[in-house]
Design a protein around this ligand. Structure first.
Ligand code: FMN
Length: 175
């Protein structure tokens, strides 16, 4: 029997289609952020994320997406507060470090930099502190929507990510 169009749409994409979709999505240039949260045992958990986006100015809301099967899922979905540090172009090593699977680059103690009670990455281009969040489950990711309670802008040129590669924000040419 031929599957209905709806059934076809729901089936997992063929590996080649998946790779092609991933590549096409990679044409969308983004900044690079590190999301950080502190657990009650005082460990700071960080994760490199480029799905960050602004959602609303009134009320001030941002969002990012987290892979549901990520080893970091329980930490970030349970947290009451998290920070978003928009990385500067000088922070590529930080981006790489916090994209490593646990235990490397996962939990840290004796964190030095905080804003609004939340751990942040020092030297970043901007910081957003979010308290509370709403979670929306979709496909293999969850959308985490946070309300911005504090923020700071530092004007360091940003780190840019496109097609699986990092670029320096200061070498971008205005058109
Ligand atoms: C530039 C970049 C952007 C990323 N963006 C996301 C993201 O938006 N959401 C996500 O779940 N993982 C993202 N990742 C993957 C995580 O940083 C990390 O590598 C991944 O969660 C692997 O660890 P895990 O086992 O905890 O999932 C990104 C990685 C890189 C290098």
């Amino acid at each position: 029997m031929t599957p209905s169009p709806a059934a076809k749409a729901k089936a997992a994409p063929h590996a080649d289609t998946r790779t092609a979709l991933r590549s096409a999505l990679g044409r969308f240039a983004t900044g690079v952020t590190v999301i950080a949260a502190q657990t009650p045992d005082s460990h700071v958990h960080c994760m490199t994320v480029n799905s960050f986006a602004s959602l609303s100015l009134d009320p001030p809301l941002i969002l990012w997406t987290l892979r549901s099967r990520s080893a970091r899922y329980h930490t970030f979905s349970k947290t009451h507060a998290f920070s978003v540090s928009v990385l500067a172009e000088t922070q590529i090593d930080i981006a790489r470090k916090h994209a490593l699977p646990p235990p490397d680059g996962f939990a840290h103690r004796d964190w030095k930099s905080y804003l609004g009670g939340c751990p942040i990455i020092e030297g970043a281009s901007a910081h957003f502190i979010c308290k509370g969040h709403t979670e929306v489950n979709k496909g293999d990711h969850v959308i985490l929507i946070g309300e911005v309670t504090d923020f700071a802008e530092h004007h360091h040129p940003p780190l840019v990510f496109m097609g699986g590669k990092y670029y320096s924000g200061s070498s971008l040419k205005p058109l």
